[in-house]
Design a protein around this ligand. Structure first.
Ligand code: NAP
Ligand code: SF4
Length: 678
């Protein structure tokens, strides 16, 4: 019997014919490695590492049953015997460590970014340029056969089961809901007809694979789109799927086209678990909770309160493959927490790049970015305790080097200390906590309040110096920019007083963040309570909702300030923000009536406000405060000139190297990479 306080997470789940060793499911996340057979050794290393890290059950990224189902052109497909061999590498790598693995079968339907797309009805989705063809009755029957064949091949590949993707707005969800299904034949109309495709697929697979094979179905428990299903309909589907032979019921929340956030960092932890709990009341099979579960306390509470039988985490296991083992050995403070930024995982997927993780650059690069013990330990100085320096120092120390980290201020964390003050970005403090624990565990010597120069470093005999001195906010250089009402974003986020009418200069990620920071009254509870967050986004809080799709009119409180957000470019504001999170920030500012002006030239700040020129006309914005969010400039004084002779080798990383694209993802990766090369 376990003695840890996470007993429910660690309890095995007996399914009769097989046992899953604990309650943690690594949910499906498309890495891009699934799509090419030659990448399967890398995919095997990626899943193998997570299996070694203790997870009970893994679900692969989506594999299509046929060409029509591709998400991207030539996406991963399983429909011939020739597809089996690469998958065996994956199943073997996972089984070696006692974990189970399911292959997800995903038919994208009208979400496919390719010309063969099909759906229940010929209605184009707002997120794909391709209009789908309506599947005929015969084509639907053929599609069922394709699913059955794929499941049978998955079994031959050594998988413990399959997950059928029936949520997030993909093909089966398109059939399940009136939002897309406007058919009048046996596959459309009432819920009994709309669910026929999903149920027949399960029946077909069960008949083919026998009883001792897991069939998991990912069911949309909250569509969050117009004409979506009601909870009563969701329950009818759940019961029919159970009857048809499903072993596990997984949770899907929101279609990809829904304009309500479901996974970004501002979504409260475990925000949707009550909808899963509602479905669980009506079925006997184990039910899996999902979305914004990233730390053991949250997972344990869901399981302990009986709201679900398992918890699913995809991104948190990209961030830390050893999440379960750390939980099991009471080393929760060592978990590298997923901050739900999407910057290196989902944003990469949508750009057709390999998914990885901002806080863990090894994710999906396990065979390429390898941390090995050095045979020649060196004395290394890392200068700058932002995330670039923290990454370099802790990876170098874990490889066996003797590392000293110098930080000029009284704390580490750099720009993350500012980010964590932004409403909805509270998770960023977890990354700083993680690195602080790593400093201790790896034996990095930390010298705070210490500004060093080259002479001191070389006098101390460091052989390698990593310059991670970061950035300073770029100052505004116009008439009046010295006035006290002109503040940098750093001053504002540290709590400087700000008036009621504000102009924000610069509409990059930080201009948007500062707008959100200034829209709400100070001293709001952080993170935002679930009830007010649901109100703000128009989500029906009743788990037994009767509203179609679980939406209701949003209630937005008036902002506490009048805000102008300005940029010189003439392109749409926020166009450069992350693909999967930018729309959330844009929607927030729009709802709170932030006035977004583009094509602006800044003329002067006076006691009347900010003078600008737009379309050839001078204008006065009557504001009390001007906040400058105009990017950053690198601090690189420590770097010697190429011609200078130095006793140590100097390397520069992160914002100090390139401020133009100040980017935590690049900073952490560069820190880790340089540490492995010393
Ligand atoms: P940024 O994205 O480069 O934006 C800087 C803004 O300042 C631009 O709107 C630019 O637009 C303006 N600007 C540049 N030089 C200027 C000057 N001399 N005078 C006046 N305006 C000037 O930088 P950031 O907002 O500081 O963000 C830095 C990085 O942090 C981003 O690249 C991103 O990786 C990360 N970040 C992302 C998010 C997010 O996605 N939610 C949030 C925070 C931070 P114009 O040139 O058109 O005026
Ligand atoms: Fe989580 Fe961000 Fe890493 Fe994605 S990139 S797994 S959201 S921390």
């Amino acid at each position: 019997m376990t003695t840890t306080s996470y007993a429910n997470i660690l309890k095995p789940l007996h399914l009769g014919f097989t046992t899953i060793k604990n309650r943690v499911v690594m949910g499906s996340m498309h890495t891009g490695l699934e799509d090419r057979f030659y990448n399967y050794p890398k995919l095997a290393a990626y899943f193998g590492e997570r299996a070694k890290g203790g997870v009970g059950l893994i679900i692969t990224g989506g594999i299509s049953p046929n060409r029509q189902g591709w998400l991207l052109p030539a996406g991963g497909t399983m429909n011939t015997l020739g597809d089996i061999a690469p998958h065996r590498l994956v199943t073997h790598a996972v089984h070696k460590h006692g974990a189970k693995i399911l292959m997800q079968i995903l038919h994208a339907g009208r979400y496919g970014y390719q010309p063969f797309v099909v759906s229940a009805s010929p209605i184009k989705s707002p997120i794909s340029p391709f209009k789908p063809r309506q599947l005929s009755d015969k084509q639907i029957v053929d599609t069922i056969q394709d699913y059955v064949k794929t499941a049978s091949l998955a079994k031959k590949s050594g998988y413990d089961g399959v997950e059928i993707m029936g949520s997030e707005g993909y093909l089966l969800n398109q059939f399940l809901s009136r939002h897309v299904n406007q058919r009048t034949d046996r596959w459309g109309g009432d819920i009994e007809n709309r669910m026929r495709l999903a149920v027949d697929i399960v029946k077909g697979i069960r008949a083919e694979v026998g009883e001792k094979f897991i069939i998991c179905f990912r069911l949309s428990m909250l569509d969050l789109v117009q004409d979506g299903n009601t909870m009563a309909e969701v329950i009818i589907v759940a019961k029919a799927l159970e009857q048809a032979g499903v072993t596990l019921l997984n949770t899907g929340i929101g279609w990809h086209e829904a304009r309500i956030p479901t996974i970004v960092t501002s979504v409260p932890r475990a925000a949707f678990v009550d909808y899963t709990a509602e479905v669980k009341k009506h079925v006997a099979i184990p039910v899996i909770a999902s979305n914004r579960i990233n730390m053991p306390e949250t997972a344990e509470e869901i399981l302990a309160t009986g709201k679900a039988d398992m918890v699913q985490m995809a991104r948190p296991l990209l961030a830390d493959p050893f999440w379960v083992n750390k939980t099991a050995t009471n080393r929760v403070d060592e978990i590298n927490t997923c901050i739900a930024c999407n910057q290196a995982c989902l944003d990469h997927t949508f750009k057709n790049q390999r998914a990885t993780c901002l806080v863990n650059p090894r994710a999906a690069f396990e065979t390429e970015l390898v941390y090995v013990k050095t045979k020649k330990p060196k004395r290394i100085a890392v200068v700058g305790g932002g995330v670039a320096g923290l990454s370099a120092a802790t990876v170098a120390a874990s490889c066996g080097h003797e590392v000293t980290l110098f930080e000029a201020s009284n704390d580490v964390g750099g720009q993350f200390n500012l980010a964590k003050a932004v409403p909805g970005k509270e998770e960023f403090h977890e990354t700083i906590r993680y690195f602080k624990v790593q400093i201790e565990k790896t034996g990095v010597e930390l010298r705070l309040n210490t500004k060093v120069n080259r002479e001191q470093l070389e006098r101390e005999g460091f052989e390698e110096v990593i310059v991670a001195t970061g950035v300073v906010p770029r100052a505004l250089k116009i008439e009046g920019s010295h006035l006290p009402q002109v503040l940098s974003y750093a001053e504002v986020l540290r709590g400087a007083p700000v008036g009621n009418r504000v102009a924000i200069i610069g509409a990059g990620g930080i201009g948007f963040d500062v707008s959100e920071f200034l829209l709400k009254p100070p001293h709001q509870p952080q993170p935002q309570p679930l009830a007010t967050w649901q109100q703000e986004w128009g989500i029906d809080p009743n788990p037994n909702y009767i509203s179609e799709g679980g939406t209701q009119p949003a209630i937005v409180h008036p902002p506490v300030r009048e805000i102008y957000l300005l940029q010189r470019k003439t392109t749409a504001l926020g166009a450069g923000l992350g693909k999967t999170s930018g729309w959330v920030h844009r929607a927030q500012l729009k709802k709170h009536h932030v006035r977004m002006l583009r094509g602006v030239q800044y003329k002067a700040v006076t006691d009347e406000g900010l003078w600008i020129e737009m379309a050839g006309h001078d204008q006065l914005l009557r504001v009390d405060t001007v906040v400058v969010c105009a990017g950053q400039e690198s601090i690189k004084d420590l770097m010697p000139l190429e011609t200078e002779k130095t006793l140590a080798n100097y390397h520069i990383i992160g914002g100090a190297k390139l401020a133009a694209e100040l980017d935590a993802k690049r900073a952490i990766r560069e820190g880790a990479e340089i540490a492995t090369k010393l």
